[in-house]
Ligand binder design. Structure first.
Ligand SMILES: Cc1cc2nc3c(=O)[nH]c(=O)nc-3n(C[C@H](O)[C@H](O)[C@H](O)COP(=O)(O)O)c2cc1C
Length: 251
């Protein structure tokens, strides 16, 4: 582990609903992460973002949110279950970034009033996270009948959640470290029929070193040709950068 560069793992609170019970859940996840050495975390409350609703996707990108997603090594998404799905506002906010997520880890914490701990919302969210380029872990945390889990003060009433959170975070941190190594050191191999579009290396804007080309992600558009975003990461400082090239091959 690079001690000079702690993992940054923010917690996204996926609802703006008044009286939301996902708030104490998200606060518990932040305090659990804060207790781990070599991790920096913070709460990202989508209620504070007030995203525009007259457009969607990268057109509504919020600069501060984008910067946090670029910096992140992993995400914890606190996902309330709404009618067996995920929160619409959470999806709207997540859709605002793309290249920022690629080859980063994500774990989902489901929250529900009913007995299933948000699992139906989690299952619906997984393909969305995958399409965004995130790598999902195989542990979740499920807060069933969440109205009984916390005291009115927000303190955790049911201590059985703590070892489950430890397991979940252990796996998330492992995946975050592994993917950071991959982004910074493992080169994406181009197939024999692919053009050598990446022959010219990208240079890190922060430290001037040659960056590692670790991924290509299709950016679907309504224009005549799709675009591929080539993603790079600096092996020394972790800075990410990308550049776009055209392709006709992704549809
Ligand atoms: C629009 C809406 C739909 C909901 N649908 C479900 C559901 O399908 N299953 C369930 O267990 N709880 C459902 N709930 C209750 C929430 O899961 C519950 O409020 C929980 O605390 C998480 O959401 P919250 O953070 O907004 O409180 C729903 C709540 C809302 C507002």
């Amino acid at each position: 582990m690079d001690a000079a560069r702690p993992l940054y793992v923010p917690v996204i609170l996926g609802t703006s609903r008044r009286g939301r019970m996902s708030l104490p859940v998200a606060q518990l996840m932040v305090s659990s992460l804060s207790g781990r050495s070599e991790i920096e975390t913070e709460l990202i409350d989508i209620a504070r973002m007030r995203p525009r609703v007259d457009d969607a996707g990268e057109a509504i990108k919020d600069a501060a949110f984008s910067a946090r997603m670029s910096r992140a090594d992993a995400l914890v998404v606190v996902s309330p279950e709404y009618n067996h799905g995920y929160s619409g506002l959470l999806k709207h906010v997540l859709d605002s970034c793309l290249k920022e997520y690629v080859h980063k880890a994500v774990g989902v914490v489901g929250v529900s009033a009913g007995p299933f701990g948000g699992t139906r919302g989690i299952e619906a969210l997984l393909p969305v996270l995958r399409e965004l380029g995130l790598v999902t872990i195989f542990w979740d945390v499920n807060f069933s009948t969440v109205q009984n889990v916390f005291e009115g003060s927000g303190a955790l009433r049911d201590q059985a959640y703590l070892p489950r959170i430890d397991k979940f975070l252990g796996e998330l941190v492992w995946m975050a470290r592994t993917l950071r190594h991959g982004r910074e050191h493992v080169v994406l191999e181009s197939g024999p029929r692919q053009a050598k579009a990446e022959a010219k290396p990208m240079i890190c804007p922060s430290c001037g070193l040659e960056m590692n080309h670790h991924a290509e992600k299709a950016v679907l558009s309504t224009g005549p040709a799709d675009v591929v975003e080539a993603l790079h990461a600096c092996p020394a400082c972790g800075t990410g950068a990308s550049r776009r090239g055209e392709t006709g091959t992704t549809r």
